[in-house]
Design a protein around this ligand. Structure first.
Ligand code: ATP
Ligand code: MG
Ligand code: MG
Length: 589
């Protein structure tokens, strides 16, 4: 359970709850609409937040922050958070993305409307209302149909410090505008030939207030409404209406939307005046987006990595997508703790990647079963085994699966055997030991962890001088957990796996995807910053308990790090593990 630190959003919500800002809220400005759209039993005393992704790609770690903030605040203050698809842009959207977003939010541990099976909200369900609201704006003289070309409109919009120029169509009467707008809706005009614009102020210092477009003509099939519409609302107009219809109280977004807030308020004020929406309106608050070192969080750039085959797909374990993080071995709890730890602020900053890894490491430290795996195996032969232990003898051994089990719980045991031959790590033997080396070299004794003390006697080599076998003798009566275990003192215990019961496994050793901390800063070509060694696949030998893993099971491979059985490629009898995170923070090196 993450510790909750106060932040400016919590303070705003606490203030509103305290003052009862929303307690007197009238449900449904236009009878039926809001009550219909705010599914379930609306309780005005509750706060309502929303997470409004556009279904045009897979969610990433930045969205995870936004999900945890919105759903987390609603949960903490007894409110409700809506998952809402901001699906006003038909060309770019797809049900594949809708489904992946639903999965991601559920997997992160949140639901909406009290039940994860309830249908999420969709902006496209409000197209009728948005259209009626636009007709109202036209009738009230707050909107007009502009027939300037795109180029003229851009030129007349002006720039920072340079006021815009009124469109020649700006002075049309409401009746004339209404006729045109209905023609637009009825498909009587070409795509792009005209737009409906809010009539605000072409000289506003905020360019977003210079008569922004609110409807455009686009003959595109929508994944929800099909071909019912040939005009679609602009996001900036649709968004405040979605929030108001769903009775959102606190509409939280990233800082880049700060300049849009005046228009957000403008839309809600006009429609409230017109009796289409009721008071008090939702309020928008901005927080800083997540910037994570060594990571890209732009859907477009992530898509490029996928389509250029720089990674194996959206769920490649090196991707910062939620599906990628999940496949890498991240847990929902680790991401929730991460979101809490980085906090909510109003100033942009970079979060170190090691912060994310630290959260996973802490979570898995307590939960992940231990196991031994040899990643770079060389065979060790106990030359006196047959004589001392009996020819072909396999001695059963065991170790606890969890060194720090939760209080009152006894750790399960894992079982394996030791025999004449075991696999050890190649780097655990040195023919001529460097200074301070405590592992195997001729004449030195070490413990095979959970097994016996052994004494190294030498090695055998092939014609090229490569070591083919390490040779040692077993010291009888020194088995771990027996009275004789401490009779011989050693300076090191090394990990190993029996040749008789070890299981071959494919292990994918992942490293950072980018070599540079800010891969897309300053107009850099982020593709050039890709780490050519971000994936190294090895054939390892793992102990039997790891050989029995199920997809998605997480382990600590002792001394190597935390690994997960791959959700996609791991099969019983054909184990595949991904490196999730190392045991120690190695990012500073
Ligand atoms: P991208 O820029 O990657 O395409 P987006 O902002 O267009 O993402 P949306 O689907 O529109 O993606 O975003 C849904 C919500 O997630 C928005 O409220 C947005 O502010 C938030 N969000 C997106 N990226 C981040 C981020 N890096 N950190 C925090 N919140 C984010
Ligand atoms: Mg967007
Ligand atoms: Mg964006």
């Amino acid at each position: 359970e993450a510790t909750k630190t106060s932040n400016f959003l919590r303070q705003i919500i606490e203030h509103d709850l305290d003052k009862g800002t929303y307690a007197s809220r009238q449900w449904g400005g236009t009878p039926g609409d809001a009550a219909h759209h705010a599914k379930g039993q609306p309780d005005p005393a509750k706060i309502r937040t929303r997470f409004p992704p556009e279904p045009n790609g897979y969610l990433h770690v930045g969205h995870a922050k936004s999900i945890c903030i919105n759903f987390g605040l609603a949960r903490d203050y007894g409110g409700v958070c809506h998952l809402r698809f901001d699906d006003t842009n038909p060309e770019k959207e797809d049900t594949e993305y809708v489904n992946s977003i639903i999965d991601a939010v559920k997997w992160l541990g949140f639901d909406w409307n009290g039940s994860p099976d309830a249908a999420p909200y969709q902006a496209s369900d409000y197209f009728d209302f948005m259209y009626r609201a636009a007709e109202y704006l036209v009738e009230a003289g707050h909107a007009y149909v502009d027939e300037q070309t795109v180029e003229q409109m851009r030129a007349n919009r002006g720039d920072f410090g340079k006021p815009g120029v009124d469109s020649p169509f700006r002075a049309r009467t409401p009746a004339e505008n209404l006729k045109r707008f209905r023609e637009m809706r009825n498909g009587e005009h070409e795509d792009g030939s005209m737009v409906l614009r809010a009539k605000i102020d072409m000289a506003s210092p905020n360019i977003n207030m210079r008569d922004p477009a609110i409807y455009r003509i686009r003959r595109a099939t929508h994944h929800n409404t099909g071909d019912a519409w040939c005009i679609y609302p602009m996001y900036t107009y649709a968004h405040p209406i979605e929030d108001a219809l769903e009775q959102i109280t606190h509409s939280l977004c990233t800082l880049e939307f700060e300049d849009q807030r005046p228009f957000y308020d403008w839309v809600l004020e006009r429609l409230t005046e017109g009796g289409l929406l009721s008071n008090p309106p939702p309020r928008q608050y901005e927080f800083s987006r997540l910037n994570l070192t060594y990571v890209i969080t732009s859907k477009r750039k992530l898509a490029q990595l996928v389509y250029d085959h720089k990674v194996s797909g959206w769920d490649d374990p090196r991707m910062p997508t939620i599906v990628g993080l999940r496949r890498r071995g991240y847990t929902p709890e680790s991401l929730q703790v991460f979101a809490e730890r980085i906090g909510v602020t109003k100033s942009d900053s970079w979060i170190d990647y090691s912060t994310l890894e630290g959260c996973l490491r802490e979570d898995l430290e307590l939960k992940a079963f231990r196991g031994m795996a040899v990643l770079n195996p060389v065979k060790l032969v106990l030359t006196n085994w047959d004589e001392v232990m009996g020819a072909g003898h396999l001695e059963p051994c065991s170790l606890p699966s969890l060194p720090h089990p939760p209080e009152g719980v006894e750790s399960p045991e894992r079982h394996f055997t030791i025999g004449k031959e075991v696999w050890i790590e190649r780097e655990d033997f040195e023919e001529v030991p460097p200074k301070g080396y405590k592992r195997l070299f001729p004449g030195n004794k070490v413990r095979l962890k959970g097994g016996y003390v052994i004494e190294c006697t030498g090695c055998t080599k092939d014609a090229d001088g490569k070591i083919t076998e390490v040779l040692a003798t077993v010291v009888p009566d020194t088995k771990s957990g027996t009275p004789g275990a401490d009779s011989v003192k050693v300076k090191a215990a090394i990990t190993w796996v029996g040749v008789a019961d070890g299981v071959k496994a494919e292990v994918r050793m992942y490293d950072r995807l980018f070599l540079e901390a800010q891969p897309d800063a300053g107009g850099k070509d982020f593709i050039e910053g890709l780490n050519p060694n971000s994936l190294k696949t090895v054939t390892a030998i793992v102990e039997p308990s790891l050989g029995h893993a199920h997809k998605d099971d997480k382990f600590q491979f002792e001394r190597h790090g935390y690994f997960v059985a791959d959700r996609v490629d791991h099969e019983p009898g054909k184990p595949v593990f991904n490196l999730a995170v190392g045991l120690k923070d190695s990012w500073g090196k």
